[in-house]
Structures are given as structure tokens and as C-alpha cells.
Design a protein around this ligand. Sequence first.
Ligand code: GLA
Length: 724
Amino acid sequence: MIHVAADRRVFEFHGKNSFYTMCVDTEGRLLQIGHGGLAGRSPVCTSGYVYTEWLGNLMEVPAYGDLSQDEVVLKAEFSSVSDPVRDLRLRYVSHDTVTDAQPGFAPKHGQPVLITTPRQTLRIRLRDIEFDFFVTACYRWTPEHDIMERWLELENKTDQPVRIEQCFSGVLPVGHGQFELTALDGFWATESHLRREKLAFGTKILESRTINTSALHNPFFMVNRVSRAGYEHGDVWFGQLAYSGNWRLAFEARHDLFLRVFGGYNPYDFELILPPGGTHSTPAFIHGFSTEGWSGASRRLHAFQRERVLPRSPESAPQRPVLYNSWEATSFGVTEQNQLELARKAAAIGVELFVLDDGWFGNRTNERSSLGDWFVRKSAFPNGLKLLIDEVHGLGMQFGLWVEPEMVNPDSDLYRAHPDWVLHFPGRPRTEQRSQLILDFGRPEVVDYIWSILDRLLSEYPIDYFKWDMNRAASEPGSVEGKAVWMKHVAGVYGLMDRLRAKYPALSIESCSSGGARVDAGVLYRTEEVWTSDNTDALCRLAIQEGFNYAYCPRVMSCWVTHEKNDQTKRPATLALRFNVATRGTLGIGSSLNHLSDAELADYARYIAFYKTIRPLVQDGTCYRLLELEEHNSSVWQFVGEGGREAVLSIVIADHRTAQVMPPAKMKGLIADRLYKGTDDLGRVLYTATGAELMSCGVPVYAQQDHPCMLAIGYSRTIHFTAT
Ligand code: GLA
């Protein structure tokens, strides 16, 4: 609910467990009053509660002008007078509530999300005290998940350009106290590792400067008062950005221990020039509040993404298919023959989507050439892709293709024809990474060209799925668009994806960026899943996936089972461990099926069949992290379906100290008086207990049948509980 007490100009959002309140003061400034747990409190506007304790003079849209020392949301320069004025003072003009508002960079593909009931957006219009420069603060509210999406709409109605030097989408007032930050950091092959740290007095910054989302930090956070929240208890403020470009989250802990979180465009090398009459909408800063600790915050984000973010085209199946990707099997050595063989083996073990990865185009036999030349490599595929795709479809699978549309190798026909089409500064060096350069999406002709390539591929071939890769960070960001290219690049990528989805509604897209460097809510508006990491070592993946699960729902987390001896770490792992880790998200297979015995292939088939029985719970159920790696060196997750009649328990012992005793995993959301049977992939009944027993006494993390020495590194089980 959004309550507006128009007479006192107080605005309050009420969710399931939280509230957010603002007011307009006598000077017309929009101020933050409070945000936090509802605890039975009724709305301010109906109770007539009078605020005596202000959170301080905290502006909702602090601008450089009213305040010049603390962090600001907006910094603008007006040149409509002889000396440029860098002073912005925003005052209330009007407000309204609408149900069709959309943030900047919202998807334009027109495909529905799971829940389409309209949501209210409160729009509060502010104007500078002198110039006709308007800022509308927009707040879209999803009360059932206590989640707000906020953004700014800028409008220059002066007769001169306005230069914006800094522009966040908004600032979240958290409150007074000593806070702890939970963030996801990493690098290639170590993405989304969980990190907690105390926020000291001052400003802590998380950001990307890479032109994409980045693997170094993810645009996600949780904050809580130190020692006042944990895995399943306490108040947690959380948020993420719906943006795949240079972003920043700034955590400003002031001298009075008041914490605010600024989120939006990274001010680093930022510039937005609004011409007279120009408008701009920022991407959404999504934030929310949990009274059930970190796990409760994740559950809210998961549900929000599943219901309100992910595209669910009517043509797509309710669950994500089991995928096979040939990258780890054949690398750049793809041929029609070896892909046909792999496809037949994949279909036989139950795979539903076959993906041909890198190496199918131009003269691409290694990473040094041909990006940009998106024409089928005749020496490898003499029949084009038709024969392979027909065979894949004939085997009852979908067909997916790897592309990296934003890139070009200098050794390519595209680059030889258009050396100016890449990001560069004239006459200056062009730094290559992975032997490639980034196309300048500031040039409309470049975006049009890439559109024509992707459109041609999809109209020529019945391709069901693109793996959309992006394998380098920006270095010299020179563009015809100047500094605006940081933003234009994101707009170009989103625009292409939206156009493709609109024209080919049955198409699915996977977002990949050297593994998980483009994972954020903005790309999730137009992709069904993301590639979590190039690191498929089961124990490494356990940590990567646990961090990932803090911010993103299991349905989008693509997880592969690969070779017994892992390609990246050279460490062996049992098939059980590889499957039990990979079945925590959307399952994929990346092994060299040609090198597996019939017995091994039969084991793969059995695990895949088992995954299909638990898939609705994993992909669409509610996920609880019952025991976390951080605390127990082991990880137990539970997925439970609506109504609680079915659940999945996933147990992995990552490390083991002598005589370590694992606490039982107390399950959640079951029906207390029903009897449950817990079976494994072999159909063995490992547990029989009532819902009450499973929830109060819990499940020993290793089963009776297992010898205690099994409680060792890599011990793992996935158990499917059903009410009898
Ligand atoms: C990136 C991806 C991999 C694979 C290769 C192909 O590294 O993360 O999964 O697609 O590119 O070159």
C-alpha cells in the first residue's frame, strides 16, 4: 500500500514487514523520515502519528548545492547564465500515483513476467528553485516482498544544455548504528564469493569500471546492525541494481553513525548532457527489507526475480531445460561430425538443449581471430549449421549457439573493413585483451550491423537459444559519443536483446561474460539464465553458488557437471558430488560424452532423470540455506514447493575437521502432521519422518546407512522428500 497524507504531505509505503516514509518540509524539501520493520505499526497517514524524532535532515534526492560535503545523488551544471552554476536545489512541485511507470533501461521486448498484476508507483516531482530543471523521484512498490524499485526521471526545460556530472538512482536511508556489509566479490573463476565486513566511519565503495557488470564486485548488498542479524534472524536491508554497465554502490556512514546507501551510475568518467527539452530515466535501484536475516532477504529477492523480473514468454516451457554445452569437450575444435556425435549421446542421457559454443564461425580455430565474422566456418560445418540443427531437433532437443556480439578480433574481416568501429582514442594504442577489442556501440551503424548479423542467423536457422558472451573489460573508452558511451553500450546491448526477443519470442538467452561477469537484475529482465562461472570444480562451485544464491534465484544459475578431473583445477571429484552441486540450479552437462563408458553414461542418465523429478522445486520453489559454508564448512540447502508437500534437501560436506559433528538440518515449510519419505537418485528411502520431526529435530546430514567415515570432504546427497 502507498499512503499519502496530502495535507501534511507525508508519503508512506507499507509492505508485509516494512515501511518507508517521506515528507515535504515547509521549505518544500523532500525528506526521508524512516525505513525499517513494521512490527505491527499502522500507517502514519491514518494513525495521525506525529514525527518528533527525525532521522536528521536527510534529503530524498540530495543534490550538490543544498549539500556539498556529504555524498549527493545529483550534481548538475547550468550554463544558462554567463558563469556556469553548479548549484541544484530541488523543491516539491506535485505528486501522483500511477500503475504503468517504468524505470530507465526497462525491457522493451514486451514479453510478460510471471505475475503481471499492476503495481503502484509514487512519482514526486521536484524543480530547481530557479531553473526549469525537473527531477521526478519514482518509487515502484512490491509490498508482498517488501521491495522497492526507485529511479529518477530528469527533464531539462531550460533553453540551454544541462551537464549532469553525477547521478545515482537514489539513496536508501538505513538508520543509526554500527553496520556490517555482506557483498559478493571475485574474479574470473572465483565469482560471487561472500564477504562480510564492518562498515567503518566514512564511505565504502563497490563498483564496476569495466563497461559491464564485472566479476570483481556484484551490484548487490545486504546490511545489518552488527550482531543483530544472522542467517535466519534479524533485520536486514538489501538491494541490487538493474544495470549492466559502470555502476556504484556507496555506503556512507556519517559521523553520527547514520548509514545511507547510494546506488546507480558510477560517477567515474561519467557525463550526461541533457539538451533543451531532453529527458533521461535512470535504471532502477532495487532495495528491500527482511526481518528473517540474510536467508530471508535472499528469499525475497528470489521471489521478486522469478515473479517480476525474468521474462516468461508463453512459448517457453515452465522449467529451464537440461543443457549440454560442448565447450569443455571440443573447445575450438568443433566440427559437424563431433557435434553430431555429442548431440546423439546428449539426447540419449536426457539432455533437452544442445549448445554449440565458440569456434563455429569465420576462421575461428583459436581465440585470436574471427570475432565479428559471424559466418559459418565451412571447413568445420560444410552443410552450414542446418544438418546439425535438424539432427538436434530430430533428437527432441532445442538448439543453442554461442555468440559474442560486442566484440571483434583485429584479425577479422570486420575489423579490416572498419577499424574505426572499436572503442579507441584516435592515434593512441588500442589495448587488446584475449586478442579482442570492443565495438563502439555509441555508433548507431555498429549496433545496426550487429542487429543484422543476429537477425540473419535467427531467420536462416531455427536457433532456440543464444549464449551471449562478453569476454573483456573496456580499456580506452574513446567513442563518437564521448563519455556517454559507457551508458550507450548498455543501452545498445539491452536494445539488441529486446529487439531479438520481440521478433523471436521463442528465443531464450543466456548471459555470459567470461563466466559470471554480467549477472545483475538489468540483464535478467531479458535473459532466462546466466553462466555462473567458468570454474566447474564442484567444491569451488559450492562457494561460488552459495554467494550467488544470496542475490539471485536458483532458476537462473546455470550449473554444469563436467569431467571427473576438473579442467580448471585438475582436481578429481566423484560424479555424485558433481551432480549434487550442479542440481542446486539449472542443470547442464559439459563433459566429453565421447570419452565416457556406457556405465558412466547410464549414471549420468539416472542423475538427469532424478533432477527432472526435483526440478520444479529447485527452479520455482522457495530456497532455504539451512547450514552455510561460512559457518560449517558444509552447505545444506532446502527447496520447498508451495503448500509444503514436497521438498529437496541438498547436502555437501566441503571440508571436515576430525571429530567435527554437524548439527542436524532443520527443514522449513513442511506440513507438521504429514509423514514424509526422503528418497535419493537410486530410489532408496533414506528418511521417514513427520513434517514436525523434520522441522523441529531436523535431519542428520548423513544418513544411517552411511559409514561415519563417509562424512568426509566431498560427501554429498540430494534427497527428495514427499508427503505420503
Ligand atoms: C568464455 C565463456 C566460456 C566459453 C568461452 C568460449 O570464456 O565463459 O564458457 O564460452 O568464452 O570462448
